[in-house]
Design a protein around this ligand. Structure first.
Ligand SMILES: Nc1ncnc2c1ncn2[C@@H]1O[C@H](COP(=O)(O)OP(=O)(O)OP(=O)(O)O)[C@@H](O)[C@H]1O
Ligand SMILES: [Mg+2]
Length: 330
């Protein structure tokens, strides 16, 4: 299978008065046609900036400074703003975290979806309104055509997030990027949104990137998981292997901090001590070494690259001098 999106050695720097500070440090990621990729990692590790860089939406003073990101054969990092505008929405759709800030509160939702459709597809207003009703039906909103007339505040949080998904799908994108789209919702609604996106992915044959802090939530949707730490991919594997054979010490820490059914409600979760490096203050060697209980001398001086995990599936890779070869003798 060919990759729809292939990111190689992506670096992103923040332009500070004191000089550039690196936040994304050589990310390698690829997404196959029809595949769903979960991206996990703690706050500040560069998940959102990585995705925003693809469609030319990085904030002021933050720039992609190296690497390539081929999408359907073209390097997105080298396209003009006008070319990227054509790709946004039409080929790469986005869903963001908080529908209350992304939806216009004084505009009926039908008009908002129709606006996206007119922009993406050039439909006229009546055709766009009809299609907007179809999209609301597709994302599972009851009485979809009546709902076109509603304002955002008249819908529940989960329904608003479904409207955001409808807008994300308006241009029939080949890739849908969801950046923590359920964080503001309660747990049962989160699960419904995950199910909806999985169902839509299968029906529409698109690829999905789903960014989250929540490894357990993503398990039901993702074919593959990439674990980010301090602006690099530290592990990348089919979802089952992330749970059955977590290899990078950071991934193991993330899994250890998941609540299990046997935990007593008030028992404390084990967590990873320390904090990730600040942008621009990366240690010389492995960025996780200062927090890692397994670190050896090489970890302090050399940056480990993603490499196949010994004795595992060929698609399972981890960036660790110590654990990636653990299974070699077995
Ligand atoms: N507009 C900005 N100006 C300055 N620094 C920024 C800006 N946006 C992000 N950063 C910094 O870049 C780093 C990566 O940010 P990013 O938003 O990609 O993190 P994230 O992994 O999406 O985190 P979260 O899980 O909190 O959304 C962070 O350390 C953050 O402080
Ligand atoms: Mg983010």
């Amino acid at each position: 299978m060919t990759a729809l999106l292939d990111i190689n050695g992506l670096t992103i720097d923040i332009d500070r008065d004191s000089g550039p500070a690196r936040v994304v440090d050589g990310i390698d990621l690829s997404i196959l046609e029809g595949e769903s990729l979960g991206i996990v990692g703690e706050s500040g590790c560069g998940k959102s900036l990585t995705m925003l860089s693809l469609v030319g939406l990085l904030p002021n003073r933050i720039r992609a400074t190296g690497g390539t990101a081929h999408f359907a054969g073209r390097d997105l990092l080298r396209l003009s703003p006008a070319e990227l505008r054509k790709i946004r929405g039409a080929q790469i759709g986005f869903i963001f975290q908080d529908p209350m800030t992304s939806l216009n509160p004084v505009m009926r939702i039908g008009d908002q979806i129709a606006e996206a459709l007119i922009y993406q597809t050039g439909l006229d207003k009546p055709a766009a309104m009809a299609k907007a009703g179809d999209l609301l039906e597709l994302v599972g909103i009851p009485s979809p055509r009546e709902r076109l007339m509603a304002y955002p505040h008249e819908l529940s949080g989960g329904m608003r997030q479904r409207v955001m998904i409808a807008i994300g799908l308006a241009g029939s994108p080949r890739l849908l990027i969801a950046d923590e789209p359920t964080t503001a919702l309660d747990v049962t609604i989160q699960a419904q949104i995950v199910d909806l996106v999985r169902d839509l992915k299968d029906r529409l044959g698109m690829s999905v990137v789903w960014i989250t802090h929540d490894l357990a939530l993503i398990a039901g949707l993702a074919d593959r998981i990439a674990v980010l730490y301090a602006g690099t991919v530290v592990e990348d594997a089919p979802v089952d292997l992330i749970f059955e054979r977590p290899t990078h010490p950071y991934t193991r820490g993330l899994l250890a901090s998941l609540p299990t059914l046997t935990d007593r409600p008030m028992s404390r979760l084990p967590s990873i001590g320390g904090t990730p490096p600040e942008p621009g203050r990366r240690p010389a060697g492995c960025p996780f070494a200062p927090r890692c209980t397994l670190a050896v001398a090489a970890c302090q001086t050399e940056v480990p690259r993603l490499r196949p995990v010994a004795g595992s599936d060929p698609r399972h890779r981890a960036a660790c001098f110590v654990t990636a070869k653990e299974g070699a003798a077995a």
